[in-house]
Design a binder for this molecule. Sequence first.
Ligand SMILES: [Zn+2]
Length: 271
Amino acid sequence: MSNIVTHAELVRRITEQVARQIGDEVAQPQAAPGGQKPRASYDAQASVRAEAEGRCQIFTYPTADRDLKHGFIPIGVSARHCHVSPSQVEILFGKGAQLTPMKPLKQPGQFAANETVSIIGPRGRVIERVRILGPARNETQVEISLTDCIYLGVDAPVRASGDHHDTPGILIVGPKGHLAVDRGVIRANRHIHLHTTEAATLGLKDQDRVMVKIDGDKPVIFYDVQIRVSEKFSQEIHIDTDDANAVGLEDGAVAQIIFKAEDITVCGCKH
Ligand SMILES: [Zn+2]
């Protein structure tokens, strides 16, 4: 996409693209083959709700037996989202514009903003209503799932937040302007936020790696989950919508740290 395209022209092209996508969705059959009804709780599914809200929290902590000292932690499903700088907010939403909080996130001070953008990959495909998470940061970061990568034609690597080496760029379009960023598109690694005191409770430290079991229709044990410890954090595991969908995550699901990854030993015998 070249810089000589005006913003008005870009918006026109996106509108056309989105209209086509909506047309495709309408054309798709809604009922499953064999008259099978779609899952009754589909709308309540965490990944779907996360998409609308930027991020959602689905585990009601604490209960008597599911507490931190037993490794249980709340789950936050991260839908695709963007982090942008204050000056980029003005480019996308107009001079003087600032992010406005729609919903607080579990991490203190963080929020899902009312502001959303469209993102466009090299195939010209558009994903609209990508929520911006605030507050504004210094560096642009666009966090998408592998499913989004395939759709957009973007080869985003798995990275910890803030690690942008060898990451692709993308076109970000707001109502008042657009940004062609040349890096910062990632698939966020699975990670757990812990406050310093919570980490101490679990005997974990920053950058440890753990395994986490999550229950659902298809229970999964996730390996190599990064531990991130800060005074500013509050206990929560962050997984993306692909992970949530793999598990079939729904309300009431629990995540439990089962043990430290370094405790796993690979059997060296010849059986
Ligand atoms: Zn996180």
